[in-house]
Design a protein around this ligand. Structure first.
Ligand code: KG4
Ligand code: ZN
Length: 384
């Protein structure tokens, strides 16, 4: 059984073919055309430029994915496409292409959630393409999932496929977005994730930055958590303790704190324009600010992941999204969690079609009702 996955939610036009072989998921092809270079000069994604690039790339990328997988349309059993969350104009191109192809080739069509897809990169255990390092075993339920990308920061507890509880999420910016903004402020190349980390290697984390303390939890979520713990036979003391922890994140405060710190280091006050600061800082100051930011931003997500691990005792912890490829994040999680985490290949952490195809495989095999190819709509704000 083979599924073609199509992804176009942000600046990557991507398509991949994933095959189910006796329950294991095997990557047959993975093609990504990125418009990142076009956005780099602006220090962030320009939605109109991204949408135009998708129009140019989508058909060649899909054709290449089929060719690389040595497949014709006859060999494809279903199509999965990202319907949200993402940029409206970008999503539209992928969804319209998938709808048209599903109608033309009479294939079942599944509109999938991009954020959920990031976690499903971890369910791919084999590759027919060279140069990919795959985890040998598939995650075992219950699974605790941490999603850390440019658009999302979430902690999710899966009891099974398609049966999950969103434990917490960012209330403002995502962690990747904070990396990108700090990179821009310090005049480092876009995207900031990699360049801030690189700068941090030569820096000392000598500045204290604030860690957000989110405390409010909805009664509905508290109730779901209690039910889960009861099903898992947790002690009454553990159940009581559990309901007091919030798994939400916030990254807008640390962004502002880094701006104020940089202004101060540049010898200016808070009215000084952010785009002129980088020119007043030397490399050592930039490295120290980067190191301080990386330490605090990663601590924010790692400490909540450790808490969730302690509360829910999952069998597996998985991490998805662009920031999952961060070596310091991986080191910190390895130090603080008593379980070993196996990661998807770095090429499968950032946006790709393989994660969408993998999720599509599970939907198709579980008998989930396909979407109507004449009706499937995008949902830029789709949540988990
Ligand atoms: O998952 P992704 O490709 O796109 C979204 O769905 O948002 O994630 C992109 C984000 C960017 O913010 C980028 O700066 C960040 O992932 N990123 C990293 C690293 N590689 C990419 N952040 C920290 N360390 C990295 N090595
Ligand atoms: Zn993504």
């Amino acid at each position: 059984m083979r599924v073609l996955g199509i992804e176009s939610s942000c600046d990557e036009t991507a398509a991949a073919v994933v095959e189910d072989v006796a329950g294991r998921k095997k990557l047959l092809s993975n093609v990504i055309a990125s418009s990142l270079d076009l956005h780099a000069q602006y220090g962030g994604i320009v939605p109109e430029v991204a949408a135009r690039s998708h129009i140019e790339s989508i058909i060649p990328v899909i054709n290449q994915a089929l060719t690389d997988a040595s497949c014709t349309w006859e060999d494809i059993d279903a199509i999965a496409v990202t319907k949200g969350a993402g940029l409206g104009g970008s999503l539209l191109i992928g969804v319209l292409a998938a709808r048209t192809l599903a109608i033309r080739h009479r294939k079942p069509l599944y509109g999938v959630n991009h954020v959920e897809g990031h976690l499903y990169a971890n369910f791919l255990t084999e590759s027919a393409i060279e140069g990919y390092t795959m985890p040998e075993v598939e995650p075992q339920f219950p699974v605790l999932g941490l999603i850390v990308s440019g658009g999302h920061s979430q902690l999710v507890l899966f009891e099974d496929h398609f049966n999950y509880t969103l434990l917490g999420q960012t209330q403002d910016d995502a962690i990747g977005e904070a990396f990108d903004k700090v990179g821009k402020l310090l005049g480092l190349p876009y995207p900031g994730g990699i360049s801030v980390e690189k700068a941090a290697i030569n820096g000392m984390a000598r500045y204290e930055l604030p860690i957000s303390r989110m405390t409010r939890i909805s009664p509905a979520l508290a109730d779901i958590r209690q039910q889960y713990l009861t099903r898992r036979h947790a002690s009454e003391a553990d159940r009581k303790k559990a309901s007091s922890v919030s798994y939400d994140f916030s990254f807008s405060g640390i962004k502002t704190a880094v701006l104020r710190l940089a202004q101060h280091e540049a010898g200016k006050d808070f009215t000084f324009p952010s785009f002129q600061i980088a020119g007043l800082l030397d490399d050592q100051q930039k490295a120290d600010i980067s190191a301080s930011f990386v330490r605090t931003a990663l601590e924010t997500v790692v400490s909540k992941t450790v808490k969730a691990y302690e509360e829910f005792s999952p069998n597996t912890v998985i991490v998805g999204g662009g920031v999952a490829s961060s070596p310091p994040l991986r080191r910190l999680l390895a130090e603080r969690l008593p379980v070993e985490i196996t990661y998807a290949d770095r090429k499968l952490c950032t946006d790709n079609g393989a994660m969408i195809a993998t999720l599509g495989c599970y939907k198709h095999l579980s008998g989930v009702q396909p979407d109507d190819p004449y009706e499937l709509d995008i949902n830029p704000n789709l949540s988990m």
